[in-house]
Design a protein around this ligand. Sequence first.
Ligand code: NAP
Length: 223
Amino acid sequence: MTAIGIIGTGGMARELGTGWIRAGHDVTYGSRTPGSAPEGSGLPVATVTDYRSAIEGADVVVIAIPYPAVVPFVDEHRESLTGRIIIDITNPFENLAHNEKAGVEYTSDALGTTEGVVAAFKDNFVATINTPGVASGQRADVKIAADDARAKDIVRGLAEDLDHRALDCGPLHNARLIDSMVSLMLVLDREYAGFTRKTGWKFVGLDDEAPGASRPTVPSERS
Ligand SMILES: NC(=O)c1ccc[n+]([C@@H]2O[C@H](COP(=O)([O-])OP(=O)(O)OC[C@H]3O[C@@H](n4cnc5c(N)ncnc54)[C@H](OP(=O)(O)O)[C@@H]3O)[C@@H](O)[C@H]2O)c1
C-alpha cells in the first residue's frame, strides 16, 4: 500500500485516485477548497483536504492541476515536497509550445532537484485511465521519464496497478518529447476519432506483457 496525495480534484485526479483506491492504495486529495468535491465527481469529501495535509501524509504526490499553477504550487510547498516522489502529469501546451524544455523540468527546477520527480500519464486521456483498452481494445502505454531510477520504478508499479503497460522513456528531459506527443495526440484524435479523447499512443512490436524489473516498496510514513 502506498499513500498517495493527489493535488487537484478534477477529472484526472478522480480517475487516478479511483483506480488506485481500487488497487488498495491510500488516496488523499489536496484542494484549494478542502472539505468539498466537484459536484457529481463522487469523490469522498472526507478525503479532500488542503495541500499541506495531502502532501505530508503521502509517499507519492501527484500534481494534477493546470500547468500554469504548478511552479507556484511547488514554490509554496517546496519543503514538504522535498524527499517525496512527485508525479507530474500536467501538460504545458501553449505555455511551452517551443518544447525546448519540458514542463516537468520547470517543476524540478522549482523543487531544486530531479530526485523523486517523475513525468507520467501526460499523454493518457482521462477516459482511458480506468479503461486502458478503450482505444480500439488496445491499451495505450503510460510513458515515464525520470532521472531517479527508484522513483521511476515505483511509478511504473502504480501504472501497472491501473492495468496499463508502462514504458521507461529515459531521463527526465525526455519528457520534452512526451509533451509534444500530447499536442500531436490531440490533433490526431480530433482528425480521426471525432475528438472522443479515447485514443492514445502505443509503442508496438514489444511483448505486451514485457516483465518489469523488481518493484521497490515505498516505506509509508504512516505505517
Ligand atoms: N484531461 C486529460 O485527459 C489529461 C490527461 C493527461 C494529463 N492531463 C493534465 O492533468 C492536469 C489536470 O487535468 P484535468 O483534466 O484533471 O483538469 P480539471 O478537470 O480541470 O481539474 C484540474 C483541477 O485542478 C484544480 N485547479 C483548477 N484551477 C486551478 C488553479 N488555477 N490553481 C490551482 N489549482 C487549480 C482544481 O481542483 P480544486 O478546485 O480542488 O483545487 C481542478 O479540479 C492538467 O495539467 C492536464 O494537462 C489531463
